[in-house]
Design a protein around this ligand. Structure first.
Ligand code: UFG
Length: 339
């Protein structure tokens, strides 16, 4: 039997594929490469097995997904395939909705047709919007602050409705802010164009691809005025997916549809991250505090208790380890996979 990883050539998907392989599973990757590189598949194969099955297809294409489930005797699915840029979603809300909800609907339809019942879904803490209380638990209020977040909420609702009618057991994993790379330095985050996210941008400053980091907002109601997030190592996050599949496969495990936060439970400010990165890299990272970025929230971090209870999973790697590993990847691949 095998596990299908949709979006397995992307940042979190590729790290999860490695973690699943390392945990002894047969992994099949499906990705349309619309926002990822064939070189990521090569890297994935070099870290797992040279013949790791890869299907180039759109997850919204029910026939392709269905054929993949049948051809590889798949009995569990981790569904990542989605667009993930907040700014991209603001300029193209309809395209984001069609892609993200369409892919989830396609995967579910194919699973139903082939009697595959266990699904782990890639969700985000973005579903909590601007929380009125931190840390956030899975029972905290839901509400999107941008169209990308709205697509994650729509997918969660679709999956909850599918689970309600039976035949599907789902874990919705709500990720906080993933950072870092596989320790080999051969698999990592390779954003197309100018990075939106903090650590990829900061690392490009450190290798000279960008001049300086703009710190968005110095007037938040936080100890140093910059915004606070819960950064977690992408390998911890990847291992969280292994734990989630194990829980679903366990006869006493969760049934129906259950949301679980994957975060460390600790918040760091943007300036904390800049200081830690400067230390790790061994040189100051040029930066400048500018105005707030539209749509940003002030602070969020996870209550990780449910993940510990239900999945037996907790994040173990420190902020410094995230940055050491991310920096190794950036130094080995200053221009990303294809350079
Ligand atoms: N930031 C900067 N400068 C940059 C980039 C980011 O100061 O160049 C700041 C942001 O303002 C924010 C923090 O760094 O305070 C983290 O920003 P990211 O863009 O790395 O991450 P976000 O928390 O904004 O976004 C993440 C995910 C999204 C998700 C969102 C939910 O990347 O997919 O969390 O809040 F929607």
């Amino acid at each position: 039997m095998a596990v299908l990883v949709t979006g397995g050539a992307g940042y979190i998907g590729s790290h999860t594929a490695v973690a699943l392989h390392d945990a002894g599973r047969q992994v099949v990757v499906l990705d349309d490469l619309s926002n990822s590189s064939p070189a990521a598949v090569d890297a994935l194969r070099s870290l797992t097995r040279p013949d790791l099955p890869f299907v180039e297809a759109d997850a919204a294409d029910v026939d392709s997904v269905g054929r993949t489930l049948a051809d590889h005797r798949v009995d569990e699915v981790v569904h990542f395939a989605a667009f993930k840029s907040v700014s991209g979603s603001i300029s193209d809300p309809e395209g984001y909705h069609r892609n993200n909800v369409g892919c989830t609907a396609g995967v579910v339809a194919a699973m139903r047709a082939h009697g595959v019942s266990r699904l782990v879904f890639s969700s985000s803490c973005t579903v909590y919007g601007e929380p009125n209380h931190v840390p956030v638990t899975e029972a905290s209020p839901i509400g999107a602050t941008n169209p990308y977040g709205a697509t994650k909420i729509a997918c969660e609702e679709l999956l909850a409705a599918e689970a309600d009618v039976g035949g599907l057991d789902v874990l919705l994993l709500r990720y906080f802010n993933p950072v870092g790379s596989h320790p080999s330095g051969d698999l990592g985050e390779d954003p197309q164009g100018v990075p939106d996210n903090l650590v990829p941008y900061l690392m490009q400053v450190a290798v000279g691809r960008q001049e300086r980091l703009a710190v968005f907002g110095g007037d938040y109601d936080t100890p140093d005025g910059s915004a606070i997030r819960d950064y977690l190592h992408v390998m911890d996050l990847a291992e969280g997916h292994v734990a989630a599949l194990n829980a679903l496969a366990d006869g006493d495990g969760p049934t129906g549809c259950t949301a679980v936060n994957l975060g460390t439970g600790t918040g760091y400010s943007v300036l904390d991250v800049v200081a830690a990165a400067s230390r790790v890299i061994g040189q100051p990272v040029p930066h400048e505090v500018v105005g707030r970025r539209a749509g940003d929230i002030e602070r969020i971090w996870a209550d990780p208790a449910l993940a510990i209870d239900l999945l037996g999973w907790r994040a173990t790697r420190s902020l410094d380890e995230m940055l050491v590993d991310h920096w190794r990847w950036q130094q080995r691949h200053p221009n990303g996979y294809e350079a």
